[in-house]
Design a protein around this ligand. Structure first.
Ligand code: MN
Length: 206
């Protein structure tokens, strides 16, 4: 059974960037809903229940056809939200800038952290409808910005390991920003916990 990952911070700790009301619905209802529906889709498939979520989503074509769409949507929703809620923290507590090997890789790949943020923000703002923006490590160990529709995760598209993800579904920002997705995207960096992103980068490149 897949489980909702506990938050490392209080539901109101991301204020005012993400309000407690948004967290209550987003973490408490949407993320929990994807998790419940993923588990329901895998019921009776003991072999699949033993796999990691990354394994399941990387090999969707191998799934029985009657559960493929449910695993894609709800398994994607599960993994995406697990990453999203993990890599954030209170603005006053998070490390504000990447350091070390990750900083070096960002500078090699994009020029600077600001250049990365510009490219990422453009992907997040430009994704039409519901979806996600990502910073991923590709098969060559290099960083790339990408975006995906709906609850698709980069692992569905090839040998990519997402290390940072931003939810641009309206449920992620409408209570706090209404239709101003750009304001949400730009403010969001204040609550990105670069220590968490660094840990994911190191796991992906070791
Ligand atoms: Mn969401």
């Amino acid at each position: 059974m897949f489980k909702v990952q506990a938050l490392a911070y209080d539901q109101d700790a991301l204020e005012p960037i993400i309000g407690a009301g948004t967290m209550e619905v987003h973490y408490g209802k949407h993320y929990a809903g994807y998790t419940t529906k993923l588990n329901a889709a895998l019921e009776g498939h003991a072999d699949l229940q033993e796999k990691s979520i990354t394994d399941l989503l990387s090999n969707l074509e191998e799934l029985p056809s009657d559960i493929k769409t449910a695993v894609r949507n709800n398994g994607g929703g599960y993994l995406n939200h697990t990453i999203f809620f993990d890599i954030m923290g209170p603005a006053s507590e998070v490390s504000e800038q990447p350091e070390g090997d990750l900083l070096e890789a960002i500078e090699d790949g994009f020029g600077s952290v600001e250049d990365l943020q510009d490219e990422f923000n453009a992907a997040a703002k430009g994704r039409f409808g519901s979806g996600w923006a990502w910073l991923v490590v590709n098969a060559e160990g290099e960083l790339e910005v990408m975006d995906t529709p709906n609850q698709d995760n980069p692992v569905m598209l090839g040998d990519y390991t997402p290390i940072l993800g931003l939810d641009v579904w309206e449920h992620a920002y409408y209570l706090d920003y209404q239709n101003d997705r750009g304001g949400y995207v730009e403010s969001w960096w204040q609550i990105v916990d670069w220590d968490k992103v660094t840990a994911r980068y190191e796991a992906a490149t070791k």
